[in-house]
Design a protein around this ligand. Structure first.
Ligand code: ACO
Length: 332
């Protein structure tokens, strides 16, 4: 049996730190509100003069390659999870391929928001298991700071979403590796967390340049309480699905790395699963919610801190726009 194994992890976050105090100077909010509701203390915002989704992904990739003792030339395929690509099209996968100096390998973009990285990991896992590729780069990278409304009008989401990139390199192995992935969606709730425009369902008139500054363009619409209610249920379901599929119990998990949506959601799951602090990884306090990048950034940091060790059972879980939700169980 051929399994896939993560042989290298890397991440990159922009240099600019934006604290809750700094946000309070831009909009009617305060550190207490943000900390109490989301757990976030600071986040990173890009410098538009130098950072792009693809070049942040390239920096994360280079860290992952170095840790795996591989080079760019070893990469045979790219799976790129993002909802904030550098261009409307083509996707950021090809821009990353160009950035890495790779000539003609395939590159696939995945648009599954907060679940994007686990979806991407699952796709890469199938390609490795089937024998199609031997080294696949899976990335999650986002720039959300350029789309948020940094005024009181946008405060319900501007304080949450932020920028960053994470990468994982997958290779085949006789032993697992990735034990399972489970992917789900329920499009009935698409509009509970979404960006309406620029959407192709608009008429030609609605898409004229003078309409581009319409307030729906790039505006994240979020029904926070609906997202919270569904997230806590789906996170638990999909984690249990992963455990059941592998004949494991929650006690078998060495480290749970949840999508960094909101510290309150992570704490709710931790409480329900009765996990000690040592068995869950959170870094939303420092980076905010970086959507598809949050899990690989968290994994990369957890690995560097020695919290992911050989033979550990690592559980990844995510929930987000779509709604979509997903889990992956990994034997390290
Ligand atoms: N600062 C101060 N006040 C604010 C802010 C802010 N940044 N944002 C909103 N408010 C105000 C609102 O205007 C509202 O005021 P009003 O009562 O005068 O109308 C009040 O705070 C309460 O607003 P709610 O939206 O009801 O706030 P809630 O208590 O539900 O908290 C939150 C919002 C944190 C988003 C919460 O709903 C939540 O935790 N939802 C989970 C969803 C989530 O975390 N989404 C982010 C990630 S999405 C994902 O990754 C899956």
């Amino acid at each position: 049996m051929r399994y896939s194994k993560i042989v290298g992890l890397g991440h990159h976050v922009p240099e600019t730190v934006v604290t809750n105090e700094q946000l309070s100077a831009m909009m009617d909010t305060n550190d207490e509100w943000i900390t109490e509701r989301t757990g976030i203390k600071e986040r990173r915002w890009i410098d538009p003069a130098k950072d792009t989704v693809a070049n942040m992904a390239a920096k994360a990739t280079r860290m992952a390659l170095e840790r795996a003792k591989l080079t760019e030339k070893d990469i045979e395929f790219i799976v790129f999870a993002t909802i904030t690509p550098d261009y409307f099209f083509p996707g950021s996968g090809v821009l990353l391929q160009r950035e890495l100096g790779l000539e003609s390998i395939g590159a696939l973009d995945i648009r599954n928001a907060c679940s994007g990285f686990i979806y991407a990991l699952s796709v890469a896992d199938q390609f490795i298991k089937s024998g199609m590729y031997k080294t696949i780069l899976v990335v999650g990278a986002e720039i959300q700071s350029t789309a948020i409304d940094p005024t009181t009008r946008g405060r319900n989401t501007a304080v949450i979403f932020a920028d960053g990139a994470g990468a994982a390199i997958l290779q085949p192995n006789e032993k697992p590796g990735i034990l399972s992935t489970h992917l789900h969606s329920d499009g009935r709730f698409a509009e509970e967390l979404y960006v309406r425009d620029p959407g192709s369902s608009r008429t030609r008139e609605e898409r004229q340049p003078e309409q581009i500054l319409d307030t729906t363009h790039f505006k994240v619409v979020m029904n926070g309480s609906q997202v919270f209610k569904h997230a806590v249920v789906r996170f638990m379901e999909v984690i249990n699905e992963a455990l059941n599929a592998n004949g494991m119990k929650k006690e078998d998990i060495s480290l749970l790395v949840p999508h960094q949506a909101n510290l309150r959601i992570s704490q709710f799951i931790q409480q329900k699963m009765e996990l000690p602090d040592s068995k869950i990884y959170n870094n939303i306090m420092r980076y905010g919610n970086t959507t598809a990048a949050s899990i690989p950034i968290a994994m990369s940091e957890a690995w560097a801190e020695g919290r992911i060790k050989e033979n550990d059972v690592i559980c990844l879980a995510a929930f987000g726009s779509g709604f979509t939700w997903a889990s992956a169980l990994i034997r390290w």
